[in-house]
Ligand binder design. Structure first.
Ligand SMILES: Nc1ncnc2c1ncn2[C@@H]1O[C@H](COP(=O)(O)OS(=O)(=O)O)[C@@H](OP(=O)(O)O)[C@H]1O
Ligand SMILES: Nc1ncnc2c1ncn2[C@@H]1O[C@H](COP(=O)(O)OP(=O)(O)O)[C@@H](O)[C@H]1O
Length: 208
């Protein structure tokens, strides 16, 4: 049974002056997940929002160092990070997750851990040929040459989301625009008073 604690989620959220939530980035390697996640975190940090960024690459260096890239291992990777994200949300924090998370069923399972609105599935959408062109880590070159097996988009599947909360087309929008879109959606969830104040202000401006 879940042991109740004296300091609970609501108390921690009150201390932080915002609610907890998860921004879950999914997309191909090279689509821009890590880049946008890092910018978003920096932007939120400067506003006093308590964040933690769980990047797939980093989590695989420690907690998930025993996992590879078979579908079974990816499922386990997502299961562990999903539960970790839930603990961060219980800590009243905004957790940003940047993982390929290629299968819909695994992402839907993570969503089921959270209340309505708390899990913001963000599709970092970029055509495969552009990801191959970018190839920031030189992994596509190796995968296409056959030296990395089970590589997402080349020899392992990626299922794009059907009902993502947000879709960011990184071949069409700048990093700053992407951050601003995600931030607007997130702030409405974690500080609803702030976003309604902003809306009221905008309304007054329009009335004038
Ligand atoms: N076979 C294979 N397929 C895909 N990616 C590979 C592979 N081998 C290594 N890498 C590197 O691992 C990063 C993806 O790890 P994730 O934990 O996000 O993957 S997953 O969610 O479990 O599918 C991924 O990071 P990103 O490029 O940031 O997506 C790669 O750097
Ligand atoms: N609009 C954009 N949004 C995000 N990244 C972009 C964009 N345009 C170009 N890039 C570049 O694409 C690459 C994306 O790499 P990365 O963020 O590591 O992707 P991922 O984490 O999905 O593997 C970076 O070199 C980044 O500078």
């Amino acid at each position: 049974m879940w042991q109740k604690t004296k300091v609970n989620r609501v108390a921690r959220e009150n201390l932080h002056e915002h609610k907890g939530a998860v921004v879950w980035f999914t997309g191909l390697s090279g689509s821009g997940k890590s880049t946008i996640a890092a910018e978003l975190e920096w932007h939120l940090y400067r506003q006093g929002i308590h964040t933690y960024l769980l990047d797939g690459d980093n989590v695989r260096l420690g907690l998930n160092e025993d996992l590879g890239f078979s579908m079974r291992d990816r499922e386990e990777n997502i299961r562990r990070v999903g539960h970790l994200a839930k603990l961060f949300v219980d800590a009243g924090m905004v957790v940003i997750v940047a993982m390929i998370s290629p299968l819909r069923k695994d992402r839907e399972w993570v969503r089921s851990l959270f209340a309505q609105g708390e899990f913001i599935e963000t599709f970092i959408d970029c055509p495969l040929d552009i990801c191959i062109e970018r190839d920031p880590k030189g992994l596509y070159k190796k995968a296409l040459a056959g030296s990395i097996p089970d590589f997402t988009g080349i020899s392992s599947p990626y299922e794009h989301p059907i009902h993502a909360d947000l879709t960011i087309r990184t071949n069409q929008v700048r990093i700053s625009e992407a951050v601003s879109t995600i931030e607007t959606h997130l702030v409405a969830q974690i500080i609803p008073e702030r976003s309604s104040q902003t809306l009221q202000k905008t309304h007054v401006l329009h009335q004038r």
